[in-house]
Each structure stands twice: as structure tokens, then as C-alpha cells.
Ligand binder design. Structure first.
Ligand code: PA5
Length: 459
């Protein structure tokens, strides 16, 4: 069965590259490194090295997740508290695989609880979620790998306190914790209060955790076919490990092109699907690519775009602005059929070229038009064709992008599984909020922040 197609004829731009070497030569030259990188990923997974745990997730049985989902499905609403890798995958799966106005459907139409994500620590957002739910009929899933992230903890403290005030001793029955099997505040909390809990498998980092309990629980509650998601990922895994050849291995191709273009100054990667239900995929990918590869002065900036909307916003820049981007355009073959009607008004005669055509066909024509315009302008385009958006394909896409990102890190000689820049920000926040043990971080944060204030314009 085909999961997707990647066409790379337009991915090598004709320009004279700064180092002299053509992108195509550079990409081919990366094959040796890719082979090593793939062996390293597979060995790391086998040896259960920290960070490599996501590699084998498609083969895990999601039994515990399904049991928890069966318990939570009866609620009217589900609020997930988490941020970054503990939220973006959930939003991406909801966007891709359930009705776009899921929360507004009736209970019968939805078949599962309404779904809200409390990720930012913004009182307006958090307060608005509380206003939308009936606590007695709501389940809360709090997700944090570290069990310490300030935004998640702040949201958790608020919801837990409100819940306690409303439901008294019954509050704990409404909370499910997903965190490290041993460490962190949330694990201790679950034990103290006797809440249900699931484990984020050791060795699986936040942004690589969507195919674990982190992403699967809310997906299963919304009726997403979790088994199909995992089997799509599993088949993608088989296809990737089966081929040690750039022309056959989609993860090698994606990683090599991303790295080669970044090295030659195209340090932005634009991901532009022509499908509303892949909009949040670009958000999820942006974290994966940015946080995994942005280290030691290396990396490329992921840019989220959506076709055809960004044709009317960004494509002018993409075709005629600086040649500093590599484009990954995605089209979807099979969509809801929606024929554009013939209308009798003479004023509408100029629109006759649309009549009888399918709206999805038009969107795909627009995708091809953008690819053609970019290629005409000498811009590199990788073309992704997805037969249809279903759980199986989305599973395959997730795994492909995770594997390609990890490979890119390996060939760039950086660790794609850590995030020192994120941890730095977390420590400064702890310090500024007065957490014990972070006094030095508070001082340092203040010192650097004062530099920002050194020149101020009051208007
Ligand atoms: O990918 C990562 O590790 C991070 O972006 C985390 O997902 C994010 O910082 C949230 O961390 P945690 O799940 O520990 O609360």
C-alpha cells in the first residue's frame, strides 16, 4: 500500500551555490553519513539510549491507553494541560483526523468528549476553558515529561484548585497524569492523591512523544483510530529501515535536502500543505525541526504556511524575495467531493471556467501552480503527495518527519534529542519566580534583561 509520494525533481535549484558544489552533489555526498546516522539511530533504540525511545513506539501495544480512553470517553469534556511536545501533537491529531468543528457537534455526533488544550500560561486562555466546561462532567489530563514545566504546573495548580473547590474529595477521580514513570512532581502527586496515571516511556523526549500515551490518549477519546495511526507509522518505519539508498528512502531524502539547503544559505524550510487539516501538522513539525536542530549555530528555521491562503500572503516573497528558503509543498489527492455549481446569472458567466469542477481539484491545481511558479523562479521544491488524510497516512507522515529530523541532527553532528536553549529559559523562569535553588539564574536573567531596557523610547 502506498503511504505517500515524494517527488524531488525540483528540489535541486539551478543557482550557483556559495561553496561551488551543486546541491545535488552535496545530497549524494551525504549518503555515507546517512547510512551511519541510520545505524546509530537503530543502535541507540536497541540499547535503549536516552532520547531514542520514540524509534520503537509504532510497535508498542496501546492497551493501557485504550483502557484509559474507555474510562474518559464518558465525560462531556476533556482538558489536556501541557505545553510544547505535551500539547502540539494532540492538537495536530485533532486537526488532521476529527471534524474541524468537533467541539460544536452534538454528543451523539462527536461520540467522545469535547477537547480543550491548556498550553499557554495565559490567564485569559485558562479562564476561558474553565468557563466552557462543567467540572463535574470534565476529565483533566495533565501531561509533563519532566513534571516541572512552569506553564503546565501553573495551569495544573489552577485547575486542580478549582476542581477541589467544586468537587471536594471526588476531584482526584477527574484527573489523569501522564509523566515519567518515577520522577517529578506529577508522579508524586498521582501517588499522593491516588489519581490514574500513564507513563511517558523512558527515553522518549517531549517533541517525539506523539505516538506514546502523550498523543494517543486524547486521540482515542475523540474516536481517532489509534491502531491505524500506529500501523501507518510502523509501515513507514519498515520502508525507511529497508532501504539504504537516497532514491528509495524518504527520510534520507528529506534529511539530506534540508541539511544541504541549510548549508548553502537556505536556512528556512517552508512546510506548505494544501489542506486545512494539515495546518497544525506544520505547528507540530515546527517544534520538532527547530528544537531538534537549532544548536551550535546550525539548523534551519521552520516556516508554517498553508495553501492556498498563503498564496495571498507569502508567495510573492517566496517567488521574488531572497533565495533563502527550501520549500516542501504537500497536496492531498482524495478529499470530500464538492462540485462547483453552474449558476444561471449572466453576471456570473466569467466564472464558468469553475463550474462543474471539483473544489479539491482546484486546490490541487493551486498547489501545482505554486510549485511551478517557485521552480520557474529557481527555488527548490520538494513535492509531497498524500493519497488521503486518514489515521494510517498521518501515522506514516509523523514517523517520516521524526526520522528525517533525527537523521538530520546526526549528519549535522548535533544531538537532536536535547534542548539546552529551552532548559535555559525554564531555569530563568524558575529563578524569576523565586524557586529555591535558582537564585543565580534569577540574577543572571535580570542582568541580561536590563540590557534590553538600557535604551527605551517612551511614546
Ligand atoms: O521537546 C521537548 O522536550 C520540550 O519542548 C517539551 O515538550 C516542553 O518543554 C514541555 O516539557 P514537559 O513535557 O517536560 O513539561
Amino acid at each position: 500500500m502506498d503511504i505517500l509520494e515524494l517527488s524531488y525533481g525540483g528540489a535541486f535549484s539551478p543557482r550557483q551555490e556559495p561553496g561551488g558544489e551543486k546541491i545535488e552533489q552535496r545530497v549524494t555526498g551525504l549518503e555515507v553519513l546517512l547510512k551511519k546516522a541510520q545505524a546509530n539511530l537503530e543502535m541507540g533504540a536497541k540499547a535503549k539510549r536516552d532520547g531514542f525511545g520514540w524509534v520503537g513506539l509504532p510497535e508498542e501495544e496501546p492497551e493501557k491507553v485504550m483502557e484509559a480512553a474507555a474510562r474518559l470517553k464518558k465525560y462531556d469534556a476533556l482538558v489536556q494541560i501541557g505545553i510544547g511536545g505535551s500539547a502540539l501533537g494532540n492538537l495536530m491529531l485533532q486537526n488532521a483526523l476529527v471534524h474541524p468543528y468537533y467541539n460544536e457537534l452534538t454528543r451523539e455526533e462527536r461520540g467522545g468528549p469535547r477537547f480543550y488544550v491548556a498550553d499557554n500560561a495565559d490567564p485569559d486562555g485558562t479562564g476561558a476553558i474553565w468557563e466552557m466546561i462543567d467540572p463535574a462532567r470534565t476529565a483533566f489530563v495533565v501531561v509533563s515529561k519532566s513534571g516541572t514545566t512552569a506553564e503546565t504546573m501553573a495551569n495544573f495548580l489552577l485547575f486542580w484548585n478549582w476542581l477541589r473547590l467544586e468537587l471536594k474529595d471526588a476531584a482526584a477521580e477527574h484527573v489523569t497524569v501522564i509523566t515519567d514513570p518515577e520522577k517529578g512532581v506529577l508522579r508524586a502527586f498521582a501517588e499522593e492523591r491516588g489519581c490514574s496515571s500513564l507513563v511517558i516511556p523512558p527515553g522518549v523526549g517531549g517533541r517525539y512523544s506523539v505516538l506514546s500515551s502523550v498523543g494517543l490518549l486524547s486521540a482515542a477519546c475523540q474516536g481517532i483510530d489509534v491502531k491505524a495511526l500506529l500501523s501507518g507509522a510502523s509501515l513507514m518505519r519498515k520502508r525507511i529501515v529497508a532501504s539504504e539508498n537516497l532514491e528509495k528512502n524518504p527520510a534520507w531524502l528529506l534529511a539530506a535536502l534540508g541539511v544541504a539547503h541549510a548549508e548553502s544559505g537556505r536556512n528556512m524550510l517552508v512546510l506548505m500543505p494544501y489542506a486545512d487539516n494539515l495546518k497544525d501538522f506544520t505547528e507540530w513539525f515546527a517544534q520538532l525541526w527547530a528544537e531538534s536542530l537549532g544548536k551550535q549555530g546550525k539548523g534551519s528555521t521552520p516556516v508554517r504556511a498553508l495553501g492556498a491562503i498563503d498564496q495571498h500572503s507569502q508567495v510573492q516573497l517566496y517567488t521574488s524575495g531572497p533565495d533563502d528558503k527550501f520549500y516542501l509543498l504537500a497536496s492531498v489527492e482524495e478529499r470530500k467531493e464538492m462540485a462547483l455549481p453552474h449558476c444561471e446569472e449572466s453576471a456570473l458567466k466569467p466564472l464558468a471556467y469553475l463550474s462543474g469542477k471539483d473544489m479539491g481539484e482546484m486546490l490541487n491545481a493551486e498547489a501545482r501552480a505554486t510549485a511551478a511558479s517557485l521552480i520557474k523562479a529557481g527555488r527548490p521544491v520538494l513535492w509531497l503527495r498524500i493519497p488521503r488524510i486518514d489515521a494510517f497516512r498521518v501515522g506514516g507522515l509523523i514517523y517520516l518527519f521524526e526520522y528525517a529530523t533525527a537523521l538530520a541532527g546526526e549528519i549535522m553532528d548535533i544531538n537532536p534529542f536535547d534542548q539546552p536553549g529551552v532548559e535555559q529559559g525554564k531555569r530563568y523562569t524558575y529563578g524569576l519566580m523565586g524557586r529555591e535553588g535558582f537564585e543565580k539564574d534569577a540574577e543572571e536573567a535580570e542582568e541580561f534583561f536590563q540590557r534590553a531596557l538600557a535604551r527605551t523610547l517612551v511614546v
